[in-house]
Design a protein around this ligand. Structure first.
Ligand code: PYL
Length: 270
């Protein structure tokens, strides 16, 4: 997992409305609708208003990211939760969340970002939730994924979870591309004949129009690799497209640093 930096998230609290409008233009769905779709639920925003979500800053490892808790809180509030950030970090924060009657606690260290429903014990992991959110967004943007072909770039945990989610959606062929050939072979062993190993990225980008870009690499997708049919759902940080590729596919790109993953986590634990 690539660690976010403040510059990537500091504007989230003030730009949620614009973000949501842009998401609607691309996918036809708001953030809340996409999160519902991703978790196969039909919550109403008023269902969330009665739920208190506490974001607990975590100082372990590399420590706090300035603006991280604020961004997570803003996303949760935007989709309808009552949200707060605990004054105390770490276990003191968990204690405070419990004392304040929080229903849901969210906390992230360098490797894992979790949401935990303190009442019903439901649990969500950001990697899984992000994969589900981006597969839902790709689905809506491309008019459905059943019997389609999708290329997954990067087999870190979001990439692997994306393969699982695509498989559940009935995608007929899933291309996988990673620098580590053993990772690709493990996925092929687990998911069988629907998996195509793509060892040449340029070939893969020519063959597939629907792409999940889940790599930590910048500028691996160039303008020549995309056309008007290309749809890219890109949870990868930083974005793997060159500036010219972004301009060329216009309405065919879904990318954000946190919003989709956090919204899905929130609904997943209800
Ligand atoms: C959860 C994000 C999504 C992408 N990268 C992940 C990341 O940056 N993880 C690290 C989060 C650390 C948060 C820090 C804090 O401020 O509480 N411990």
């Amino acid at each position: 997992m690539t660690r976010l930096v403040t510059a990537q998230i500091k504007d989230i609290p003030t730009t949620m409305k614009d973000y949501d409008q842009q998401l609607q233009q691309i996918t036809g769905c708001s953030l809340f609708e996409l999160a519902n779709y991703a978790v196969e639920a039909s919550y109403q925003q008023q269902d969330l208003a009665a739920k208190k979500a506490a974001v607990i800053p975590v100082t372990a490892g590399e420590g706090l990211i300035e603006g991280f808790s604020e961004a997570v809180m803003a996303i949760l509030e935007f989709i309808g939760f009552e949200a707060l950030i605990t004054d105390q970090p770490d276990l003191g924060g968990l204690d405070q969340a419990y004392q304040l009657g929080a229903d849901i606690a969210l906390m992230a260290d360098d490797d894992t970002f979790l949401a935990w429903n303190l009442a019903n014990r439901k649990w969500a992991n950001n990697d899984r939730a992000t994969a589900k959110g981006y597969v839902a967004a790709l689905n809506k943007t491309s008019g459905g994924l059943t019997a389609k072909s999708v290329l997954v770039l990067g087999l870190g945990s979001v990439g692997v979870e994306s393969v699982k989610a695509l498989n559940e959606q009935g995608v007929s062929s899933i291309g996988v591309c990673d620098l580590n050939v053993e990772k690709m072979e493990r996925i092929k062993k687990e998911f069988g004949p629907s998996i195509e190993l793509i060892k040449d990225l340029t070939y893969g980008l020519q063959k597939y129009d629907l792409i999940i870009e889940a790599t930590p690499a910048a500028e691996i997708i160039r303008a020549d690799d995309v056309d008007q049919k290309t749809v890219i759902a890109a949870p990868g940080i930083p974005l793997g497209l060159s500036a010219r590729a972004v301009t060329k596919i216009e309405q065919g790109l879904i990318h954000d640093p946190l919003q989709l993953g956090v919204a899905v986590m929130g609904l997943e634990v209800l």
